[in-house]
Design a binder for this molecule. Structure first.
Ligand code: PLP
Length: 395
């Protein structure tokens, strides 16, 4: 009998975290690595949110919270959903978790039975396939490409559906492509689902506020006919620069939310109490208070696109949200650079790490082997220097 379970042995290590570990290792060796691999804002949590946390400590918030979160936080989430997304949730439909990652794992654990298929438009966030597989589901990848802005079409969705399809999971804005589904595009997908009333949607909206368009954010649950079969996932990690605080949440059909509450009650209990109190303030305040970060991400997005347009063999879409670009670098496959043969995106990403001292993430991790992900959650100076180094390394 082996020491470790097949479950963990079959699971891959998060590629973004693996790249972060490799970057740390090279930095420890004294190498001047520019890290463009991580999915976290390089800003500090705003002071008004930190103050709320300090106040919570001083007010002695130190006990277990209710498993699904403080009532005041769930009320703030309900207000947020109404204000920002025109979604009307009630208290039993909300569950607060230790990051949106736990929210997603909860949903998978309470909804997936062995062999259930989960449709994942590619590229998808690095953990989706592994979370689905952990709960014995089968990820069904739907390939998209730069030519359709990395978005799944209604025809592709229809073709991917089988009698075993349980759910569709996607993020909009998308990590890693930065693509957004518009209201019309979501409606077209919802129209396909009308024929399949048993299929649910998990709409990961964690990058909601990091949106550079004038049209704003669209949610699947905004359609009356989809509300009862959509789980809306969100959290404060990205737009509020609160990755380490670990607060995510769902708005979901009550039966799913209560099942997540039951599951979480056996695994972690309620999320960190101080972080929950701080999140009440983060959500009750107007999102305009974090707009300065979004504005800066947009400036950087434009900078990255401008600089990458001068690098041979990098084909990009125009990301409309989040803080990533996902260039297709297949131009380099089969070529030899500085004596190293590049066969795929993983080779290319490693080449950039070793020769340009710039950390990126292979697209393989996101279900697209032709691309690499570059995060622009870094200063403009770092971005300029990193892309200069990349340009030198591929010339
Ligand atoms: N969903 C997407 C698309 C993400 O990119 C991330 C983090 O990178 C998460 C969920 C997890 O967020 P959290 O920090 O709230 O666990």
């Amino acid at each position: 009998m082996g020491l470790l379970s097949e479950r963990v042995l079959n699971m891959s290590t998060s590629a973004t975290l693996a790249m972060a570990a490799k970057t740390r290792e090279l930095k420890a060796q004294g190498k001047d690595i520019i890290g463009l691999s991580l999915g976290e804002p390089d800003f500090n949590t705003p002071d008004y949110i930190k103050d709320a946390a300090i106040q919570a400590i001083n007010e002695n918030y130190n006990s277990y919270s209710p498993v699904d979160g403080y009532v005041e936080l769930k009320e703030a989430i309900i207000t947020k959903f109404k204000r920002d997304n025109n979604l009307t949730y009630t208290l039993p439909q909300i569950v607060v978790s230790t990051g949106a990652k736990q929210s997603l794992a909860n949903v998978a654990s309470v909804m997936i039975n062995k062999g259930d298929e989960v449709i994942l438009p590619c590229p998808y966030w690095v953990s989706y396939a592994d979370i689905v597989e952990l709960f014995e589901g089968v990820p069904v990848e739907v390939k998209t490409s730069i030519d359709n802005d990395f978005k799944m079409t209604p025809e592709q969705l229809e073709a991917a559906i089988t009698p075993k399809t349980k759910m569709i999971w996607y993020s909009s804005p998308c990590n890693p492509s930065g693509s957004l589904y518009s209201t019309e595009e979501l409606r077209a997908l919802a129209d396909v689902l009308q024929k399949y009333p048993d299929i649910y949607v998990v709409s990961d909206e964690i990058y909601e506020h990091i949106n550079f368009t004038k049209n704003g954010h669209a949610s699947m649950a905004q359609f009356e006919d989809m509300f009862d079969r959509t789980v809306t996932v969100n959290g404060v990690s990205k737009a509020f620069a609160m990755t380490g605080w670990r607060i995510g949440f769902i708005g979901a059909p009550e039966v799913i939310a209560r099942a997540c509450n039951k599951m979480q009650g056996q695994i972690t209990s309620g999320a960190n109490c101080i972080a929950q109190r701080a999140t009440i303030t983060a959500l009750n305040e107007s999102p305009t208070r974090v707009k300065f970060m979004i504005d800066e991400f947009k400036v950087r997005r434009d900078l990255v696109l401008d600089l990458l347009s001068e690098v041979e063999g990098f084909k990009t879409n125009t990301p409309e949200g989040a803080f990533y670009v996902f260039p297709n670098v297949s131009y380099y496959f089969g070529k030899t650079l500085r004596g190293k043969t590049i066969n795929n995106a993983t080779d290319f990403s490693l080449y950039l790490l070793e020769e340009a001292l710039v950390a990126t993430v292979t697209g393989d991790a996101f279900g697209n082997p032709d691309c690499i992900r570059i995060s622009y959650a870094a200063s403009q100076e770092q971005i300029i220097e990193a892309i200069k180094r990349i340009k030198d390394a591929v010339n």
